[in-house]
Design a protein around this ligand. Structure first.
Ligand SMILES: *Cc1c(COP(=O)(O)O)cnc(C)c1O
Length: 388
């Protein structure tokens, strides 16, 4: 069988060889507990702190501001719940957007059950938040704003620096889920004015189950898990030194290779988008032209069903997504596309293609060869059903 075409890099990426090398090497040679005083422990501690320096450098932070976690979801939880609890005596109101990842949305839902109030800001047709909405939503009791850097379904980049400026002016803590953005676009925590920023290794060719939360010095935060004194008392538990070293290497490489990678990804994305528009009637693109990630393309194929498209492509060895991986399995339309104002049927008829460093022009050609027939076949089935 021909090798498959993987176009779902927003869901996860294959670990790259340089990263696997660091992972294996660290897991076996640097197995000590970083809290131990003997030389085995000190060696692990050294690798841990070196990794922290690398991760901090990748986002313009100080090493002491990087807290390693068990991934993006945990980073989001630590930021949102940790800040909400830490600032509870100052207020119980949080602001976020309707298009966040479930890691933030479901945190907020849980906090609402505990008596917090949450405002979910809308986005426009291009999936972008208007910063003025944030200003309008701020109340005296607002303690935290959480706005994702780039959306995982459409790739739309949010006006983070503007929101950061508003948050700073109003004295409200500001968190951004940058899991999709880090390694794809330049991220500088000081230019953005964020107090907290979430990252995850497996979206940038690192291992799963490891990530980090940037926490600006002086940010009020409570841990959400209790134990030892690791990670500034914010994330207890023996450090995953192998995973952390691999994550730091993945970050370092992503930032180093950013300009060339961006060009490669943009080329693939635009080739697929224009190829689809030329070959298939009545398609539309979801997202924003400028201010978007180079690697995510979301399109609607009205008269079809996204899941049927996905399964048909999968039979031909082409892997895509219908939205966020976390909500597939359930057949509900994407909350992101709905928030952008798409009709439910249109949202259900959408696919996300997300490109990676190993994708080639040949991969795009294979999709362009396969997709028109699949769409036409599904549209015919849909039409004949409508006439029954
Ligand atoms: C993947 C993703 C997460 C979750 O990260 P995990 O490391 O898989 O827990 C959070 N936010 C966004 C935007 C993501 O794309």
């Amino acid at each position: 069988m021909e090798k498959g075409v993987y176009l779902d890099h927003a869901a996860t990426t294959p670990p790259r060889p340089e990263v696997l090398e660091v992972l294996e090497e660290t897991l076996s040679a640097t197995f000590g507990n970083a809290s131990s005083i003997h030389s085995f422990g000190q060696e692990a501690k050294r690798v841990l702190e070196e990794s922290r320096e690398k991760a901090a450098a990748a986002i313009g932070a100080e090493p002491g501001e990087v807290i390693f976690t068990g991934g993006g979801t945990e980073s989001d939880n630590l930021a949102v719940r940790g800040a909400a609890y830490a600032l509870r005596d100052r207020g119980n109101h949080l602001i976020t957007t309707a298009i966040e990842h479930p890691a933030v949305l479901n945190c907020c839902a849980a906090l609402e059950e505990e008596g917090f109030q949450v405002t979910y800001l809308p986005v426009d047709r291009e999936c972008r938040l208007e910063p003025a909405r944030v200003v309008e939503a701020i109340r005296p009791e607002t303690t935290l704003i959480s706005v994702m850097f780039a959306n995982n379904e459409t790739g739309t980049i949010q006006p983070i620096a503007e929101v950061g400026e508003i948050a700073r002016r109003k004295g409200v803590a500001f968190h951004s889920d940058a899991v999709q953005a880090v390694g794809k676009v330049p991220v500088d925590v000081n230019a953005l004015g964020v107090d907290m920023l979430s990252m995850s290794a497996h979206k940038i060719y690192g291992p799963k189950g490891v990530g980090a939360l940037y926490v600006r010095r002086g940010t009020a935060l409570r841990p959400i898990v209790y134990g030892g004194h690791h990670e500034h008392n914010l994330r207890p538990g023996t450090e995953n030194v192998g995973g952390i070293a691999a994550f730091a290497r993945a970050l370092e490489l992503a930032v180093e290779e950013l300009p060339g990678a961006t060009e490669h990804l943009e080329l693939l994305k635009e080739k697929l988008a224009s190829g689809i528009s030329e070959r298939i009637e009545r398609v539309s693109r979801n997202g924003r032209d400028g201010d978007c990630l180079p690697n995510i393309l979301n399109m609607s194929f009205p008269g079809t069903d996204g899941e049927a498209l996905l399964l048909n492509l999968d039979l031909l060895g082409i892997a895509v997504s219908t939205g966020s991986a976390c909500s597939s399995g359930a057949t509900e339309p994407s909350h992101v596309l709905l928030a952008m104002g798409l009709e439910p049927l249109m949202a259900q008829a959408s696919l996300r293609f997300s490109f990676g460093r190993d994708n080639t022009v040949e991969h795009i050609d294979r999709v362009l060869q396969a997709l028109p027939d699949i769409v036409n076949r599904l549209r015919k089935v849909g039409d004949s059903r409508a006439f029954r």
